[in-house]
Ligand binder design. Structure first.
Ligand SMILES: CC(C)(COP(=O)(O)OP(=O)(O)OC[C@H]1O[C@@H](n2cnc3c(N)ncnc32)[C@H](O)[C@@H]1OP(=O)(O)O)[C@@H](O)C(=O)NCCC(=O)NCCS
Length: 214
């Protein structure tokens, strides 16, 4: 059987003559949006350096540190998609499956060559990419995520393919809202989240526009 590849998403379906013109137009719009998101994702650098940190793709060798740091209820409670308890299988799935998805671009945040957290984008068809992150609790409160986020945003803006970036945080998550507002994100609205572990909780939705001078 032929192995399915991501590029299959962009190949017009052979049965396209069986669907109506409106459905064909919708399929074309969706394929164009997927292609645009893929361009954004692939334009990002493989490695980003900051004064203290290196951001790079997560690797299998990160799994023990990922599991130790991610198996934390305080992180699970504020993230939409982090399982709890967090097992070795979850760590392997993050590196081998999640990080390879065409709609995800997570970077491992590393300090002195050790994994300490994640920062990256999720790509939604026809919408701005969404910034997300978490940092291992022993490293909180030292300006690390602010440094990582600033570097990733600069790298994204340098591609000129990221005119707008969105983000969201629970209204109670002052640390994350501080990181985002320090980076220039502005609050759009507050609403009740419907998905993930944040479902039912007040959530702040934010947006960042690429500054005109960059
Ligand atoms: C949110 C998180 C990424 C912050 O990382 P960090 O490296 O500790 O953040 P920074 O040190 O860069 O802090 C940024 C600002 O927020 C403030 N801050 C950090 N944690 C805070 C907290 N719990 N409450 C209030 N302010 C906080 C800092 O003082 C700093 O402001 P300053 O520069 O004016 O002093 C980290 O706490 C974390 O991973 N939390 C769990 C996961 C999470 O919340 N992910 C985001 C989901 S939307």
């Amino acid at each position: 059987m032929k192995q399915r590849t991501d590029d299959d998403d962009f190949v017009p379906r052979r049965r396209s003559h069986l669907i109506g013109p409106a459905a064909q137009a919708r399929a074309l719009t969706a394929a164009t949006a997927r292609l645009a998101a893929r361009r954004q994702r692939d334009a990002l650098p493989h490695r980003i350096e900051t004064p203290r940190l290196v951001l790079r793709a997560p690797i299998r060798g990160d799994v023990p540190d990922i599991v130790t740091l991610a198996d934390n209820r305080r992180i699970h409670e504020v993230l939409a998609r982090l399982p709890h308890p967090y097992t070795r299988a979850d760590g392997i799935a993050f590196v081998e499956i999640f990080a390879q998805r065409p709609d995800e671009r997570p970077y491992a945040v590393t300090l002195d060559d050790r994994f300490i957290g994640v920062v990256g984008f999720t790509y939604h068809e026809g919408e701005p990419p969404e910034l997300g992150y978490w940092l291992g609790e022993p490293h909180w409160g030292r300006g690390i995520m602010s440094e990582a986020v600033k570097a990733l945003l600069e790298a994204a803006f340098a591609t000129h393919l990221y005119p707008r970036i969105k983000a969201r945080a629970l209204a109670s998550n002052s640390g994350s809202l501080n990181v985002l507002e320090k980076a220039g994100f502005v609050r759009l609205r507050e609403d009740i989240e419907t998905l993930g572990t944040g479902a039912g909780k007040p959530t702040v939705y934010l947006m960042l526009e690429q500054p005109k001078w960059t």
